[in-house]
Design a protein around this ligand. Structure first.
Ligand SMILES: O=C(O)C(=O)C[C@]1(C(=O)O)C=C[C@@H](O)C=C1
Length: 112
């Protein structure tokens, strides 16, 4: 069935839902941009004070909290954890780059 064959009321419902999805996607982009603005500042703070880019204990707390939030929001906790882990991995890459540019590339966990 081509798009032109879809019943007008179905098409209207699809358009309405897609508008909502587009708004949510825009909000996600803006929220992520704000999060990365904050983490860039954390990266500079850490580089300035020779702190390691990653903080595994903090990540464990974040994952526990996000999984609980996901559960109460009827979102798959495994998906929430995967998403957070993906975002944090990117943040750690940014932190490492900032540390390198500051001339103090450090080990990811700070462990020796
Ligand atoms: O809280 C920090 O120390 C951060 O660097 C931020 C952040 C995050 O993106 O939430 C990133 C890396 C750390 O391993 C933990 C958390």
């Amino acid at each position: 069935m081509s798009t032109s064959e879809i019943d007008a009321s179905v098409q209207a419902e699809l358009n309405r839902l897609r508008e909502s999805i587009d708004n949510i996607d825009a909000a996600v982009v803006h929220m992520l941009a704000e999060r990365f603005k904050a983490t860039q500042q954390v990266g500079r703070l850490k580089a300035d004070h020779q702190l390691p880019p990653a903080d595994p204990a903090r990540e464990t707390r974040q994952i526990t909290r996000l999984r609980q939030l996901a559960q109460s929001a009827n979102l798959d906790p495994a998906f929430a954890e995967k998403l957070l882990t993906f975002i944090i991995a990117e943040v750690i890459r940014h932190h490492e780059r900032i540390a390198e540019e500051a001339g103090n590339g450090t080990a990811t966990t700070g462990q020796v």
